[in-house]
Design a binder for this molecule. Structure first.
Ligand SMILES: Cc1cc2nc3c(=O)[nH]c(=O)nc-3n(C[C@H](O)[C@H](O)[C@H](O)COP(=O)(O)OP(=O)(O)OC[C@H]3O[C@@H](n4cnc5c(N)ncnc54)[C@H](O)[C@@H]3O)c2cc1C
Ligand code: SF4
Length: 513
């Protein structure tokens, strides 16, 4: 049996050469352990695209470590290991291990699983902090204590000030304001987005091709497909994606960050979330590169600010909240939603054009931008009343950037308001009119965005009013939504009844819509 000091576990979303694990690593006495295990792709199911990006990035990272003469014990999906525990137990047969080392996983469930395992085995595990964020957990926890009702905006300003991001020497925000959100909500005119270039894509190399064929053999029933797999799977590629975004799309990112258009999945978005979440990129380097582009006058301020807000604002805030409430998210169902996720989330087969576009795009590429996630697929689930656990599983399964710490608060919190207000102060609700304003989806749709009643009534619009009616008590106390309650109350009784009746029809036979 080989005697080693530490078995250093590197999980699929910890592929950084800049992780704390390397300052503890001694190649003479330690080895790295990486594992592709069945359960992480099956419970819940992880789509072909998502599974492929994880496995491919892991295998590429393993190669890079081996080139540095680091010993890696790598378990492939072909080895058929059921779960982390089975895979680790097998490794433990071959090695006499003094202790284990691992960066804290991005999923509380995996953290608990490993902790319990090592406790049971009476083995020491040395947990290290994930340093590929701008703020450490302690900093977030200390900061949030000061607020009765913390909000992302306060956090965002705090980070901008403390890290001197887009700041004048006198500590004021460059451009005189912290937020350019109001100029960042444009939709396209009739001619649509004037995109001249496709984003950078990477054709699968030998490793990725092998990964895809392994998945197709070992996990043939995963949702979606990987026939159009172009994601960055190495740090080198991720840096190119970032540069491509800054050079060709960032200038209009701010203007059109909320807009949607048929057949245009990428628009002006960065497509770096998967690279950030796999830790191929570090958020600090992303912010620096964007700030630099602004100072060199390559991009306008509203684009730089709008983008930086997503990273140091939303991304870091969501990360802090996930860990602060790590054990409660999955038990939350504030609105008592009880319906099953409609099947069309998995097939894309629906007459609702906005849903069909957004879902088919996810099936094809594992990607949807924020407004598609929040104000199309998420909004429909909220209005229809899908159980939070089911819509959470869908988001975790289908998107290439899905990791629990970021997916869970966004889905359970921001999108479904199942957390009762941890992430946002109100549910994000809208009728079909919002989608009509922000996209051209409604043009080709079977339904009419303006109508809440009648055969052509848009299901979003009908269910929007039904949601207002059902949640009057919650909404009437919110200054930003109380007006909608008044609008409902002002509707004629027979219109209200028709909306309620049509909603019942939708609830009883959703797959027809
Ligand atoms: C229901 C729902 C589920 C989501 N699930 C995930 C997920 O599993 N993984 C994930 O990375 N993001 C998730 N998001 C946030 C956001 O939609 C994606 O980060 C973004 O669409 C990724 O595409 P992009 O890289 O092109 O983003 P861009 O629009 O170019 O934004 C830049 C970056 O900002 C960060 N960002 C923006 N918004 C958020 C946010 N709300 N939370 C955290 N980071 C943010 C991302 O890192 C993103 O790469 C979810 C949002 C919703 C509403
Ligand atoms: S009419 Fe309604 S269902 Fe159709 S695309 Fe517009 S918002 Fe979606």
């Amino acid at each position: 049996m080989n005697k080693i000091r530490s078995l250093c576990i590197v999980l699929g979303d910890q592929l950084s050469h800049n992780s704390l694990i390397w300052s503890h690593f001694d190649s003479k006495s330690d080895i790295v352990w990486m594992g592709e295990v069945m359960s992480e792709s099956l419970k819940p199911q992880s789509s072909m695209q998502r599974t492929a990006i994880f496995f491919s990035a892991m295998r590429h990272f393993c190669e890079e470590l081996r080139q540095k003469k680091i010993t890696v014990e790598y378990i492939e999906i072909n080895d058929g290991r059921k779960d982390f525990i089975a895979a680790l137990e097998e490794t433990m047969v071959n090695y006499d291990i003094e202790y284990f080392t691992c960066v804290i996983p991005g999923d509380f469930r995996v953290y608990e699983l490993l902790n319990n395992f090592f406790k049971k085995k009476e083995k020491k595990i040395n947990w290290l902090e994930e340093i590929n964020f701008i703020a450490r957990k302690n900093e977030f926890n200390d900061w949030i204590k000061k607020y009765k009702q913390p909000r992302m905006e306060y956090w965002y300003r705090y980070i901008r000030k403390s890290r001197k991001v887009l700041l004048e020497d006198n500590g004021k925000p460059i451009g005189g304001k912290w937020n350019f959100d109001l100029s960042n909500r444009k939709s396209f005119n009739k001619s649509g987005p004037q995109l001249t270039r496709e984003p950078l894509k990477f054709k699968p190399d030998k490793i990725t091709k092998k990964v895809i064929s392994d998945i197709e053999k070992k996990l043939p029933n995963l949702p979606g497909h990987a026939s159009k797999f172009y994601w960055a799977v190495t740090r080198e590629q991720a840096l190119k994606v970032l540069q491509d975004f800054i050079k060709y799309r960032l200038n209009l990112y701010g203007d059109y960050q909320d807009a949607m258009w048929t057949g245009k999945p990428w628009l002006y978005h960065s497509l770096i979330s998967s690279s950030l979440n796999l830790k191929l990129l570090n958020p600090e380097e992303v912010i620096k590169a964007v700030e630099q582009a602004y100072h060199k006058k390559k991009i306008p301020l509203n684009a730089a600010e709008g983008f930086i807000r997503q990273i140091i604002g939303w991304r870091e805030y969501i990360h802090g909240l996930y860990w602060l409430h790590s054990d409660i998210w999955m038990s939350r169902n504030n609105l008592k939603a009880k319906r099953t996720l409609p099947d069309f989330y998995w097939t894309g087969k629906t007459k609702m054009q906005c849903m069909s576009e957004s879902i088919n795009q996810v099936i094809e590429y594992g990607y949807g931008h924020h407004i598609q996630r929040l104000m199309v697929t998420g909004l429909f689930s909220l209005l229809y009343g899908v159980k939070p656990s089911e819509i959470h599983e869908w988001y975790l399964s289908m998107f290439v950037d899905a990791v629990a710490w970021v997916e869970v608060p966004n889905t359970i919190g921001m999108s479904q308001y199942a957390d009762g207000g941890i992430v946002g102060s109100k549910p994000y609700i809208a009728s079909g009119a919002y989608i009509n304003r922000m996209s051209n989806y409604c043009k080709g749709c079977h339904y009419d965005a303006k109508s809440a009643i009648g055969d052509k009534a848009c299901p979003f619009t009908t269910l929007y009013w039904h949601f207002v009616y059902k949640n009057k008590n919650l909404l009437k106390n919110n200054p930003r939504l109380s007006m909608q309650v008044k609008n409902w109350d002002n509707k004629e009784k027979n219109i209200q009844n028709e909306i309620i009746e049509r909603s019942k029809k939708i609830f009883s036979n959703i797959e027809l819509y």
